[in-house]
Structures are given as C-alpha cells and as structure tokens.
Design a protein around this ligand. Structure first.
Ligand code: C2O
Length: 546
C-alpha cells in the first residue's frame, strides 16, 4: 500500500462559461478539481489550504472512514470548517473499497464548483471482475450558474422561496454544444474503433437527477458507488446526485462522432427546473478512409427519456444487483421509518420578503417532521467527545410523530416541521433497517438519500405508502446493491439495511443541496464498541476549531 500526498489550494479564480466570467471557487485552479487515483489499501494525505473568501470543508463521498470520522468532512458535523487562510490535512485509508467515488466541498453550496473524482483501483495484481477495458474515461456531470452559487443559496434562504435554477448542466465542467458561447470548449473523447472503454460517471449536480446516454452505443453497467454490479446492458442510465455508475462501452459503430448527453430526470411537480441538455463528443480516431465523410458530420444525439419518465428511471435502478457476496442483516435490531419531504414554516409576518413560500410561509424540508438545524459554534463530533452538552439531543423520532396517508392528500396542519439538532443513537454492531418514505406535502419527489460512513444494502422499494405487514416479504436479501446513495421514488419508499459497525456521528441527508439547506438531514450517532479497535480514533491535532 502506498501513501499519496496532495496539496489542495482552494481559491477564487476567474472562470469563463456561457459568455460570462465570474470568480469561481476552485481547487488548484482546476475545474473540475484534481482527480485522485489510488489502489485499495492506499492512504491519502490531503493538505487543504483555504485561500477562498469562505470557510470550507471537503468530504470524500462514499469513503467509509472506519473509526475515522475526523476525515469525513461535513461542516459542523464531524469538524469545524477550515477558516480562511487556515489549513487542515485529511488523512484516511481506503479499506476494502473499489470503484468510482468522488470528493466535494461540504459547506453551504460550495460543492457547486469544488469537486473531483476519486478512483479506487483493485489492489495491485487483482483484476476487475470484467474484461480489462482498453482505457477509461471519467465523466463528471454538474450544474453551472451564471451567478455565484453562494448568492443563489443566500437568496433562497433569505426569501424562503425556491432558489434560481441553474443555467446549464455540464460534463467535466463544460456545458457542451447546446448553450450560448459554449460549443468551442465542448469536451471531446477520442476513441479507437473497436476499443472497449470504462466510463466512470459521477453525478455532481446540485439539485437534479440526470438521464445519461451515448448515441448509438449500448452501455453495460458493471458498478455503482463502490460496488461491482451484475453486468446488464442498457441504452440509458439514471443517476442521482451523489451516485456514481461505471459502464463499459465498445466502439463498435460506424467510425464517426457521437454525442454523449445528459439532462434532468425531474420528479417534483410545480417546481421549475433546467430543461436543457449537456453534451460531450465521442470521436473515433482510427476511422477508415470511407468514414471520413461521416466524421465531418454533426454528431448524432442520443435519445433521452422525457424529464418525468419515472418508469424508465425506476426500472433502471431496479436492475442493479450485487455481484459480490451480499451479507444482508436478517434479524433487525433497529427498525426506523423516516418520512422525507418538503414542508413549510409559518412566518410571523406572512408575505414579508422572507416568506415567499406558498401562502406566505417559507420552505423547509425535514425527516420525520424534524428540520435539521446545523450547529454553528462547534461540530457535533467535537462536542460529543468533549462531553459538551446542549448542542444536540438524541431524541430523533424513530417513526413519524403522527401517522398519515403519506402519499395522499396531506392535511395542511401536517405541513409544518419543527426545527432541531436531533440525533438517533445506535448501539455498535446493531442491525439497522431504515425505510425512507416520500410524502406528498406540496410535491412528491425522488429524494436521493446519502448516508456518510456506510454502504447500505438497498433491499426494497415501491410506490405508495410502505406496508410493514406485506412489503418486507418481497425484500431482496440475496443480491441487493450495496451503495451510499439511493433515490426515494416519488410518492414511494425505499428500504435499506446495514450493520452499525462504524462508530462516530454520520450525517444522513438528501443529496439535493436545496433540500439539505432547508433541513432534509439528520445524524446517526453510532456508539463506540467495547474494544479500542471498535472505538473512534483520537482526533488529529490540526482538527479545525470553530
Ligand atoms: Cu456527497 Cu453529505 O455528501
């Protein structure tokens, strides 16, 4: 195993997109940020130097950080943010994980431009469970705003209305051929005819799930998050923010130019969204002479499903199965039922500038009716290990405070969450099941739920209200996918299981940043186990203080 040293300097730099230049928060001046490539078992030591005009943290999305929450990164959860002109060194080891993950800022909306790929190769000498591809291509899907995303967030929080939608989707930071002034910079991937490539696709968008396809080419899915999947072939994938999908593509078409394209899979009703398409170009390089003509032609666009095609999205996700040995807990110690969705907090002065939600309220989002309030003076981890009481409570409700027809016509008096910094405590080693249930308050919506510090088995999902008497009978305990992010289907539910074997405080949240900012989050407190090898390690000496 190798130790990789990196220095990440975070700084505002002018960046030009869509005919406008704006100062953009970047890592080492790159957009997307640097790619980290390691082997399973390697250690990463990343010194982050904050020269940006904001406090910031970085998160290594999907890395389990066993007993090492200090390197996880969500601000005010596992650490205080790195202040301006200060630094913090993230040190962590990859333990039994392979595949595609990524890293991103975990402070306010800074992840809009602060992100990059984290590729984990199998230990030297061990092969992929699929034929070795000739090469690999990294595709990071993102969202671009003409305005500073921090201002977009500030506006949403201060008016209590929805935020401005993005101005473009991007592939590796570039909008592609169908936006103003963008086509000269469109990303091009050269490809040998006949070659097989591994596409490692990451959805780093802020608030949209995406459909992705490559014109005329089939995609064979071989992995998601950091799990190998049973291979299956598809013409389109759906990927939620936070997820990664690895696919094999063989250049078996007439040599020429083909678009790869992504656009929104948007399930929220009454909510405006960016309905544009981002593109990059696959270009065959070894085109025989008779293909010269087709090469000069405009690339072919793939067919993408309609933005609200839930059938295609759900069918795609349901095909993903575990290739390895799934070890799904069968006896459950903690059965949690979490409603996820929007809500509204009433305003003392309705219709004031701060209350531009429906009927003079402001938007909120919650789990089990609790809208998460982030601490601001200390991190939860630091407070917990200093025995500092009062910054959080451990009374997060395991089930919603009232039962109702979650996907029906929800009465108005149930639209109002309460605010709180509430954690749910789990015994070390307990077997946990969480059912996420979407609600139809204001809008039904697919919420991509992400749990830090864990990979969980996705054992079942469905539409309507979860039925505890009948639905578990259909759970897949044989080959369920093992992931770190999963969509809760619109007006539906999804069930996950995991063993609480990683002590620490782990954020669980919707990976739509607008919902996270409105409070669609909570944290699990997993207690230390009895032995010191089952306890959280000592904090690093340079851990930032608030
Ligand atoms: Cu990818 Cu809490 O985040």
């Amino acid at each position: 195993a190798v130790v990789h040293y990196h220095e990440f300097v975070i700084e505002a730099k002018p960046l030009r997109r869509l005919c406008t230049t704006r100062r953009t928060i970047l890592v080492n001046g790159q957009f997307p940020g640097p790619t980290l490539a390691v082997y399973d078992g390697d250690t990463l030591v990343i010194k982050v130097i904050n020269k940006a005009p904001y406090n910031i943290t970085l998160h290594w999305h999907g890395v389990r950080q066993l007993r090492n929450p200090w390197a996880d990164g969500p601000e005010f959860v596992t650490q205080c943010p790195i202040q301006q002109e200060m630094s913090y060194t993230y040190r962590f080891t990859i333990q039994n994980q392979e595949g595609t993950l990524w890293w991103h800022a975990h402070s306010k909306w800074l992840r809009a431009t602060v992100y990059g790929a984290l590729i984990i190769y199998p230990k030297l000498g061990s092969p992929y469970p699929f034929p070795m591809p000739e090469r690999e291509i990294h595709i990071i899907l993102g969202e671009w705003w003409d305005r500073n995303p921090m201002d977009v967030l500030a506006q949403a929080l201060s008016t209590g209305a929805g935020p401005n939608i993005s101005d473009a989707f991007t592939i590796n930071g570039q909008p592609g051929d169908f936006y103003r002034c963008s086509s000269r910079e469109t990303v091009r991937f050269p490809l040998e005819a006949g070659a097989t490539v591994l596409l490692r696709i990451i959805n780093a968008a802020m608030n949209e799930e995406l459909f992705f396809a490559v014109a005329n080419h089939k995609l064979t899915v071989v992995g998601v998050d950091s799990m190998y999947s049973k291979p299956f072939t598809t013409s389109v994938i759906m990927i939620t923010p936070g997820q990664t999908t690895d696919v094999l593509l063989t250049a078996d078409q007439t040599p020429g130019r083909y678009y790869m394209a992504a656009r929104a899979y948007h399930t929220a009703q009454n909510v405006p969204f960016d309905n544009t398409t981002t593109t990059a170009v696959l270009e065959y390089k070894s085109a025989p002479c008779n293909a010269k003509k087709s090469q000069s032609l405009t690339p072919i666009l793939p067919q993408l499903p309609a933005y609200n095609d839930t059938n295609t999205a759900t069918a795609f996700t349901a095909q993903i199965k575990n290739l390895g040995m799934a070890q799904v807990p069968t006896e459950i110690d903690e059965s949690l039922f979490f409603t996820v969705g929007l809500g509204f907090i009433s305003c003392s002065i309705p219709n004031s500038p701060h209350c531009q939600g429906p009927n003079g309220t402001r938007f909120a989002a919650s789990i089990n009716n609790v809208s998460f309030v982030s601490p601001t003076r200390n991190s939860l981890m630091q407070a917990y290990y200093q025995g500092q009481n009062g910054i959080f409570t451990t009374d997060f409700p395991p089930v919603p405070p009232v039962q109702f027809n979650y996907t029906g016509n929800v009465p108005r008096q149930l639209w109002q969450p309460t605010k709180g910094t509430k954690l749910y405590k789990l015994k070390h080693g307990s077997n946990v099941q969480i059912v996420f249930q979407d609600t139809s308050i204001f809008s039904t919506e697919d919420h991509p739920m992400h749990l830090h510090g864990y990979q969980f088995y996705v054992v079942g999902s469905g539409f309507g209200n979860f039925n505890p008497a009948t639905d578990p009978a259909n759970f897949n305990l044989d080959d369920p996918p093992n992931r770190n992010t999963i969509g809760t289907p619109p007006a539906g539910w999804v069930a996950i299981r995991f063993v609480a074997d990683n002590p620490g405080i782990w954020l669980l949240h919707c990976h739509f940043d607008v919902h996270l900012s409105w409070g669609l989050a909570m944290a699990l407190l997993v207690e230390n186990g009895p032995g010191h090898l089952e306890a959280v390690q000592a904090p690093p000496l340079d851990l930032p203080q608030c």
